[in-house]
Design a protein around this ligand. Sequence first.
Ligand code: PMP
Ligand code: GLN
Length: 385
Amino acid sequence: RLPAPPTSGESIFAETTRRATQLGAVNLGQGFPDWEPPEVLRSALRDVLTSDVHQYGPPPGFPRLRAVIAASVKDALGFCPDPDTEVTVTVGASEALYEAAAALVERGDEAIVLEPAYDLYAEVLKRAGAHVIGVPLEASPTGWRLDSDRLRAACTPRTKLIVVNTPHNPTGAVLTREELKGLAQVALDFDLFVVSDEVYDRLTFDRPHVPVASLPGMRERTVTVGAASKTFSVTGWRVGWAIASPEVTRRLRAVHQFVTFVAPTPFQAAIAVAMEAAQESGFYRELASSLRAKRDVLSNALKAAGLSPTSAHGGYFVLADTTTVAPTATEAAERLLSEVGVAGIALSAFYLPTSGASAPNAVRFAFCKRDEVLDEAARRLDAWR
Ligand code: PMP
Ligand code: GLN
């Protein structure tokens, strides 16, 4: 007998891409870059394909890749994670997030997500047996903010962990050191773990990224999740990682070896080469500045169409106020898709079903698209208004 149907069917991201394609809309829904990955990465892949990387590799990840991951975060963290005991390569950030939940949560624990939140967090936490509690971030004229008093108020003796994401999907917030210090203090006071999703760490436009694990006392209690997906524009290569204390890493790896065993080996090998090169070149800086220009193009087009955008300080996304388009964000996204031919995702999709009603009427648009795609979206918005 089949178990009860899943709470969610097709993901909102896959659904939006499918519908945008069917309707010939400009797809600013799903967050994936539509340009070629950097040449250094493609040529590294061509090279590794002729070498001996076609079989299982070491389950924790290729040593060379783990070493360069550790080296690449050393300055921001203020310590160098031990590649052998603290770095694990996974199948995208998604697997790292799944494993963090599976490794840390015990049935009946409470886990906090900061809403709006990437939908995967609640799903993997629930599967691990957690009761998921949403704590809202707050919209402000300069972007979205974390109020650590609200976070503290949501903690109970059963709280086990907090999931945080900075730079943030979907709001474009880059949490400040002060905000994260507040969060760290809550974690220390209630003896919590923090799962910090930092996949957009290289994509900040006007304020620095602060890794949670860099704050005093947080190295031992933080799982830092990263990925090559966004930094190297290869969301399909499925290579991510988790950085955590040796004790937590042992637990993560115990799950990893029975879930995927090892991340795809040719892609790990090619990414190691590209990350080594990126350390030396200005690659990360150029990537951020190119995305910043794209953010400006899309934000200006939204503003001109009367869909006032929030300031995005990092990441791939900007939120547009859709109160003048339709009474709810879902209806607004539908109208923009079918009448204007521009696909975005209703902000309400990033809230738990229990908090959905409190989601502002806004639609998320991705600006990680080629200039001509953004220009076409701008043209359609302009023609509509
Ligand atoms: N975290 C965030 C905040 C994301 O936006 C995404 C998806 N783009 C992921 C994790 C998943 O990353 P990956 O594709 O590396 O699994
Ligand atoms: N993270 C991407 C987004 O927010 C989507 C990832 C996915 O489709 N799995 O759009």
